[in-house]
Design a protein around this ligand. Structure first.
Ligand code: GDD
Ligand code: MN
Length: 383
């Protein structure tokens, strides 16, 4: 078996037959052995439609889950049932055009680990969503990409449409919450290459979306879980929290020096900053980059940390001035500067100061893109 097409379905009675037909049409010309797996949680006539289809069409398989829900866990179940060398996951409602399947298969066969049709590369569109859903979807993506570095270069990381080599998820401990199976795969899967293909996400013909506020909340919980399970993302998060704690220490120290010790402004400000730096160093050494074995001594790490922080201050000021020059007010420029210098300090401390701490960072991922020919634009099906 070459290809397994995995389709999670929940109350999609009017879409099941059309999608199977369109998959066969799309795959028709290609000489590929494939199977279709519906992982179904429906409570309506979809169940009957599917059981009829299984007897008529040998390529169709159904796994019905009773009393269970969840798009992502349905797909994980699909991964276990599927027999193909390659897996493609898509929605049942035809918002993901089956006409793209041969191109995705081709890429997988050429050895690409993960293929993701994308609404956000040149030639793609997300016209199938209303303005409110677009905004929610955009916010969700940005938050995800800030939280998890593995999503950062993937333009459509919350897509429900993607293909992968079986090996990407074989042996990976997938444990998603809610809907976004792709973020789980991108964080925990074993892969090196990702290829994106532009496509147009169009409106539904039949049935309605099952997206809800509750699923947004699940997405947030899922992100928190993934950050806590991914050492490098957790480390950056801790670094930021400790940095924020440094601001409080700085202000507190300044107040004490000014009002209890009657120090002059400038020395008080400098001393307060130094104490804050020491505070940050200690917490980062104990928590962020806590090393299981003996690493370097503090008399090497502390000066490095201080030097990196001082350059960070310089960067903040330079960025602030640059922002001011293009018309931003100083506090906004300073905020941008702090952002840039935080990333700078994190990267440098990770690479230099605590380089001996065991980070088992996975190597770089290669992402390629292609804009789809207009031939993939959907022809309205006569449902
Ligand atoms: N088995 C199962 N169980 N399937 C489900 C469940 C469930 O609890 N909930 C939804 N599904 C199925 C639907 O039947 C459909 O095939 C697919 O999952 C997507 O559900 P929709 O309700 O159509 O979602 P959407 O169109 O709003 O959003 C989809 O597209 C976005 C863009 O690619 C989802 O795939 C999103 O995750 C994705 O970001
Ligand atoms: Mn949909």
């Amino acid at each position: 078996m070459e290809l397994s097409i995995i389709i999670p379905s929940y109350n999609e009675k009017d879409n099941i037959r059309p999608i199977v037909r369109r998959i066969h049409e799309a795959m028709g010309s290609a000489d590929i052995s494939y199977e279709i797996w519906f992982v179904d949680d429906s409570s309506d006539e979809t169940v009957q439609v599917l059981s009829e289809l299984v007897t008529e069409d040998e390529r169709v398989n159904v796994h019905h889950r009773e009393g269970e829900r969840g798009l992502a866990s349905a797909v994980v179940r699909g991964f276990k049932l599927a027999r193909g060398r390659y897996f493609i996951v898509m929605d049942a409602d035809l918002q993901h055009p089956p006409e793209l399947l041969p191109a995705m298969y081709e890429r997988l066969k050429q050895g690409t680990d993960i293929v993701i049709p994308s609404r956000f590369v040149e030639g793609g569109s997300d016209g199938g969503l209303g303005p409110f859903r677009k905004l929610v979807s955009w916010t969700a993506r940005v938050i995800g990409q800030l939280a998890l570095h593995r999503l950062r270069r993937i333009s459509d990381c919350t897509s429900g449409f993607f293909g992968l080599q079986r090996e990407v998820v074989e042996g990976a401990e997938l444990d998603p919450i809610g809907w976004k199976i792709l973020i789980e795969v991108l964080v925990k899967g074993h892969y090196r290459t990702v290829h994106e293909i532009a496509y147009a996400f169009l409106a539904r013909d039949a049935g309605e979306s099952k997206m809800s506020m509750h699923e947004q909340w699940n997405y947030f919980r899922h992100l928190v879980r993934l950050v806590s399970q991914s050492p490098s993302d957790r480390r950056f998060f801790l670094f930021c929290i400790i940095g924020a704690s440094g601001v409080i220490v700085n202000e507190l120290m300044l107040t004490i020096l000014l009002y209890a010790f009657h120090m002059k402004d400038t020395p008080a400000s400098i001393l307060a900053s130094l104490v804050a730096m020491l505070n940050n160093y200690i917490w980062n050494d104990q928590i962020t980059w806590r090393s299981p074995r003996e690493g370097r001594k503090w008399n090497v790490k502390l000066p490095l940390f201080v030097a990196i922080s001082l350059v960070g201050i310089l960067i903040t000021t330079l960025v602030m001035h640059a922002c001011e020059r293009i018309g931003f007010i100083v506090p906004v420029g300073q905020a941008v500067g702090i952002l840039v210098s935080t990333v700078w300090s994190y990267v440098m401390n990770n690479k230099v100061t605590w380089r001996e701490t065991e980070h088992r960072e996975r190597g770089d991922i290669v992402v390629t893109r292609e804009s789809a020919p207009t031939a993939f634009t959907r022809v309205k099906s006569g449902v």
